[in-house]
Design a protein around this ligand. Sequence first.
Ligand code: PGA
Length: 264
Amino acid sequence: MTPNVRRPLVSGNWKMNHDHIEALHTVRDLGLRLKPADVENVTVSVHPPFTDLRTVQTLVEGESLPISLGAQHCSDLDSGALTGEVSPVMLARLATSYVIVGHSERRQVFSMTDECVGSTLRAVVRNKMTPICCVGETAEERERGKTEAVIERQLTAAMDGLSSEEIATVVVAYEPIWAIGSGDPASTVDAEDAASFIRSVLVQQSDVSAGERVRVLYGGSVNAENAGEFAAEEDIDGVLVGGASLDAKTFADIVRAVGACYRS
Ligand code: PGA
């Protein structure tokens, strides 16, 4: 049984799926399925595409659903001539609580650099939202034994310029790239090793108390069957879920599986 020192987080990253009508149905369904006991020990966030955010915000606030609003990305600047970008100020105005920063798809498909991950993370913190900073290695880096070096490099750039107090509030998601969308998750042992390594790097970058307060999630082919196994690990404080978060029933089952690890 994992001690409940850090409140676990279950985050659903919808990626480029569900338009605002589908978002309405999915979040309403999720809200009906999540009973007070399910969210007593667990925070739940959904991360729809930008065009859905206002719809989901209105629903969540109007019906007092136990769901936090999340975004998948934002600009590192508050305003300016940046065609196609969305400002963290705009997200904060929509009562967005969590923003995924540096997802591997942003890094690989949109050439987001480690430095840009750092400046985006600072922009999210500056706007009083919580970043979920994604780190993780490719299959090739893993084969070459580079997992820890990659994680350390990504974390160092990501946390640059943050105080220990600010680092303590960040969420880090360990998402090995080969496990994302592949149906082939990391083993719980490997995921726990990476999570504990992440915590040790954060302790060096801040201090023991801040490092101990950071929530570390596992992501990559999480489903209702394996979510509880990851969450039961000592340094893993929840999961970042892609494909399996699109269906309200499956996502609610994942929330319950994680919550079960924290009930005494
Ligand atoms: P997946 O995606 O759960 O579909 O593997 C996870 C993620 O990309 O965050």
